[in-house]
Ligand binder design. Structure first.
Ligand SMILES: Nc1ncnc2c1ncn2[C@@H]1O[C@H](COP(=O)(O)OP(=O)(O)OP(=O)(O)O)[C@@H](O)[C@H]1O
Length: 209
């Protein structure tokens, strides 16, 4: 469940004040966020992830008011409950695909069987790369690893910023199906930002900024 109220934000070094429309998502609902370049889509996603702090308003995720958490509590909450798919992959270059996923699970304090991880990698078409170092992956493989890392710990909320931008049509379909399936299976919410026309028909709830 996600609820935002009267969210406002301003970067320290800029006078623009962003005022975001309220978001209400019940369990299992997904949302596509649209809007022209520079309107504040990524900013909104960072607010929802607790990476930025609003100047006004509130964000509730599963009844937790994230502004009320200390930094340490927020880090823990994010690690366990939120999955982030960002344009720049945050995987550790010197570790393998599998080691990165194991590190993600360790951080989230969750145990997921090797079979389930193998299944996830197969769905994302990167099982054959599981022992490769991150620096040895192609752009598309790296993006799919980012998606695996965002959902392997089965978070309640998945936030994805342009998750399909460097994927071909086949992988775009696979990735979006997987993100939506995983969100459904975990009773989670999926919020996606995109310019990718291919994924618009997959969402019945959209927010135009
Ligand atoms: N750290 C920052 N400090 C100051 N201004 C910033 C910062 N990050 C982003 N901005 C500005 O805030 C505005 C919104 O940026 P944001 O990345 O949220 O837009 P967006 O809608 O996601 O754009 P795009 O579709 O091009 O990715 C832009 O004008 C951007 O220059």
């Amino acid at each position: 469940m996600i609820q935002t109220n009267n969210l406002k934000f301003k970067y320290d070094n800029d006078n623009t004040i962003f005022e975001f429309p309220d978001i209400t998502l019940s369990k299992n609902q997904n949302l596509l966020i649209l809007g022209k370049s520079g309107i504040g889509k990524t900013t909104l996603l960072h607010l929802l992830a607790g990476l930025l702090s609003p100047s006004d308003g509130s964000i509730h995720i599963d009844d937790v008011d994230i502004q009320k958490l200390t930094n340490k509590q927020l880090d823990k909450f994010r690690g366990q409950n939120i999955g982030l798919v960002f344009q720049n992959n945050h995987a550790v270059q010197s570790l393998s695909v599998m080691e990165n996923l194991e590190a993600r699970l360790f951080f989230a304090k969750k145990t997921i069987s090797k079979t389930v991880i193998k299944d996830l990698l197969e769905h994302l078409d990167i099982e054959m790369c599981k022992n490769k170092k991150v620096r040895e992956l192609s752009e598309g493989q790296l993006q799919r690893l980012g998606i695996a890392m965002a959902i392997v710990h089965r978070p309640q909320l998945v936030l994805a910023d342009e998750p399909t931008s460097s994927l071909d049509d086949t992988n775009c379909k696979k990735v979006m199906r997987l993100l939506i399936e995983q969100a459904d299976a975990n009773n989670a919410n999926l919020i996606v930002i995109t310019h990718d026309q291919r994924i618009k028909p997959l969402f019945n709830k959209t927010l135009e900024l």
